[in-house]
Write a protein that binds this ligand. Structure first.
Ligand code: ARG
Length: 318
């Protein structure tokens, strides 16, 4: 049966429906293989299977309806998807922006085919099963969605860095305005930092605060709104003017997955077990609780809870 009623307007409203993807059949056996696919190191199939099971269990335990895109792959996309070790990182492939599913574009060659396969699965999930691999109807964007945050019902923040090209922005702006958003802030994480997506340096902490690695304060935000001339704002000024505090992330050895959590409800985060103990004291003053899940094996792929989940439906707040 096709899923109806997809809707997301922020990162922190109650998570009702989420897509994940079970791990590929191939495993990452050596350091060279890891480097070829953007992994931090080798990891066995059993380890990633077990970690993926724990992630699903946690999402379900907190009341999310879970869709495994591995169950929706059309026959023609299955073999390619099973050989794509990055397919677990569903976040990058697409996002629900307002009431639209927007498909992304891979900027990393190892993921080109996998994005197509995942889009075909999303097409089958949203429009009913099909033997043909057809992407979902609706707009596409030249972005990987680990670079995109729905800050609130009006605003989106985008990083144009290693994976999302500034030339893709105009198309995404049209999509954002069409979906009902009123402002897009764009920043550019310098490529030499090797931070592939914004969610490895930033996340929201509800409507009144965001979490950011300290280097971000040096990056200006280009503010774009329909019918207005673009303007620059400082990173700190951008959030201060919109009533959001910035909580600095404690300096951590790379890789840093501290910001790579997902909101399960307005006051509850799901983070990896390695990040949770450090996040808890940070977000306590905001009344936010943190649940930890052991997904260290999946983190060897250079992503964590946010990258591994694609919210399909969050409860509307108003
Ligand atoms: N949203 C994220 N941070 N995704 C992480 C994706 C990691 C994956 N190995 C890649 O290189 O693409």
């Amino acid at each position: 049966m096709a899923l109806t009623g997809i809707e997301c307007w922020s990162e922190s409203a109650q998570l009702e429906c989420v897509a994940v993807c079970r791990p590929a059949v191939l495993e990452v056996a050596t350091a060279l293989e890891a480097s070829a696919v953007g992994y931090l190191g080798a990891v066995s199939r059993q380890e990633v299977e077990d970690a993926s099971g724990r992630l699903r269990e946690a999402l379900t335990r907190f009341g999310c309806r879970l869709f495994d895109l591995g169950d929706f792959l059309p026959e023609s996309a299955r073999a390619v998807s099973e050989a794509s070790v990055n397919r677990v990182f569903v976040r990058d492939t697409a996002a629900v922006v307002g009431r639209q599913l927007v498909t992304g574009t891979a900027a990393f060659a190892a993921r080109f085919a996998e994005f197509d396969a995942t889009h075909a699965a999303l097409g089958a999930l949203l429009h009913g099963g099909s033997r043909d691999a057809a992407p979902p109807e609706g707009p596409g964007a030249g972005l990987e969605f680990g670079d995109v945050f729905l800050l609130d019902e009006e605003r989106i923040l985008v990083n144009l860095g290693l994976r999302s090209d500034a030339r893709a922005l105009q198309g995404f702006l049209d999509t954002a305005w069409g979906a009902g958003f009123q402002e897009v802030g764009a920043l550019c994480i310098p490529e030499h930092l090797g931070i592939i997506h914004l969610d490895l340096a930033f996340n929201v902490l509800g409507p009144r605060a965001v979490l950011a690695r300290s280097f971000l304060k040096h990056l200006p935000v280009r503010v774009l709104a329909p019918g207005q001339a673009p303007r620059w704002e400082s990173f700190e000024g951008y959030f201060a003017r919109r009533g959001q505090r910035i909580l600095p992330l404690p300096a951590a050895e790379p890789p840093c997955f501290l910001s790579n959590y997902i909101f399960l409800g307005p006051q509850l985060l799901l983070a990896s077990e390695s990040a949770a103990p450090r996040l808890k004291p940070l977000v306590k003053e905001l009344g936010i609780e943190v649940e930890g899940v052991d997904i260290a094996a999946l983190e060897r792929g250079n992503g964590s809870v946010r990258c591994l989940t694609l919210p399909l439906k969050r409860r509307a707040t108003s």
